[in-house]
Design a protein around this ligand. Structure first.
Ligand SMILES: [Zn+2]
Length: 341
């Protein structure tokens, strides 16, 4: 066995993945639906159970795990120096009166609970970890002014400015989806966080589905709205064009703030990038040229491995980096095994 052995966990609103790696690559990977019932330690208990399962698959003893990297949807608060998850995708108590989650959690003590089992735990916002991974191994290699943006169920971002990773007081930089793009509350769509008029509430995947349902009465998945777009459906075209325009304005806002050079996109919505690219590029290029010209917008090069590498990059030894950069061992990852809940 090539030491050290590292565990990496990616927590999303829908599923959690866990993998075990050594210097040679990712040895095994599992995934499971995110638990949202029980008390507010249910998620850290799930993560610990998944690490036990993936260790068995990898033929590694759990006691051999030297460090744990956790990439997660957020935001965080910091209490007694430890990160506490306060994510509206997981904590039903935070979503005001919308009752969209089967719990009333106000927070998840992720850091404190995981450290009981894994003293060497490092937790990061999934967009901050993604920008680190893209700069180390993906589309952002060598770029000091880099923005990663996920366009998915939510919209989030992570950034380097002059080679410095932006984190912030509670490691929440940049929650781009929760920036206001309107001045009014009245009649503006509600965001998952409970506020009104946020970028995410206009342009994320669920917003596309919501707008289509409001216009037609048909509740279909965002991917179906894209299918209709390709068939020339006028309603679908109008909704997607508007979402793309607003998303592009979000990119302009971030670029105006950070003076970035390269924007790398990930997330489920960009699976339809062939449709979105001309719309986003046109809107982006129409903004104030001194701030936006020379900016490249491109896609993640780590695709399905981004979450694993992002979490792993939090704890990866420096000595692995040149080898992984050259050999891309993640491309040989065994097929992920689904764990039943
Ligand atoms: Zn919001």
């Amino acid at each position: 066995m090539h030491l050290p052995v590292l565990a990496a966990v990616d927590i999303g609103g829908t599923k959690v993945t866990a993998s075990i790696s050594n210097a040679d690559g990712i040895l095994a990977k599992v995934y499971q639906e995110t638990v949202k019932t029980g008390d507010n330690t249910a998620l850290p208990i799930q993560v610990d159970g998944m690490i036990s399962a993936v260790c068995r698959l990898a033929g590694v003893k759990k006691a051999e795990v030297n460090a744990l990297g956790v990439s997660t949807c957020s935001p965080f608060e910091r209490r007694d120096g430890k990160l506490v998850l306060v994510s509206p995708n997981l904590c039903g108590g935070l979503t005001k009166d919308r009752h969209i989650l089967p719990n009333r959690w106000m927070d998840i003590p992720l850091d404190a609970e995981l450290r009981k089992h894994y003293p060497e735990t490092v937790i990061g916002n999934d967009c901050i970890t993604a920008v680190v991974a893209e700069r180390l191994f993906g589309a952002g290699i060598g770029e000091d002014n880099l923005l990663y943006v996920t366009w998915s169920t939510g919209i989030g971002a992570g950034a380097y400015v002059d080679g410095h990773l932006l984190c912030g007081k509670n490691a929440n930089a940049l929650h781009l989806g929760h920036t206001f793009i309107t001045t009014e509350n009245h009649r503006q769509p509600a965001c998952g966080c409970g506020d009104r008029g946020h970028l995410e509430a206009f342009a994320a995947g669920p917003a596309i589905a919501r707008d289509f349902a409001e216009a037609t009465g048909d509740r279909i998945a965002p991917v179906e709205v894209f299918r209709l777009y390709r068939q020339g459906n006028k309603t679908a075209r109008g909704i997607i064009q508007r979402a793309a325009r607003i998303f592009a304005r979000g990119l302009v806002n971030a670029t105006a703030l950070l003076d970035t050079r390269l924007i790398v996109l990930g997330g489920s919505v960009i699976k339809d990038w062939d449709v979105l690219e001309p719309l986003v590029q046109e809107e982006f290029a129409s903004a104030f040229p001194p701030l936006t010209k020379g900016v490249t917008i491109t896609l993640s090069r780590l695709s399905q491995y981004l979450g694993d590498i992002a979490a792993l990059s939090l704890v990866m030894p420096e000595s692995w980096i040149p080898v992984w950069k050259a050999e891309k061992p993640w491309e040989k990852t065994p097929k992920a095994v689904k764990l039943e809940t």
